[in-house]
Design a protein around this ligand. Sequence first.
Ligand code: FES
Length: 163
Amino acid sequence: MSVETPQQDPNPARQGSPRRSWLWKVGVYGLGAAFVQAVWSTFRFARATVSYGPPKKFNLGPLERFAPGLTTFVEGAGVFVKRDEQGVRAMSAVCTHLGCTVRSEGSGFVCPCHGSRYDEEGHVVSGPAPDPLAFYELKQDGKRHLVVDLARPVDPKTRLRGT
Ligand code: FES
């Protein structure tokens, strides 16, 4: 009659006590977690989260919002939308002196900070503003909403037509 003895595992890490086995597992899981964290951090680092300044494009809403013959201030975008029979234009409401927001007064515009005055086309009537108010590119998006791009100044005579 023969008695079989159980074979021992040749790996010393698996031969030890339950505590040693538990420590082995904690170490393996810890290394795995550290690896996952390192990969995650690398991807986050590669995808920059920088801001390139305030937005330059603004949806001004549907064209019907702007009545023909009127100049309408759009506060969020800082522009006046001027619509006439020839088309639509977007004129900056930012004073060219130190950047205050001008307001409509009479047929022109006045800056509340230092009193610069502009005519209805944004030309300087009285300083200290050094330059006329800028005009910006206007387009229509897929929903036929007006979109102004403050990064693209245009000639004051440029109008969005065919609307
Ligand atoms: S900021 Fe407009 S006049 Fe100075």
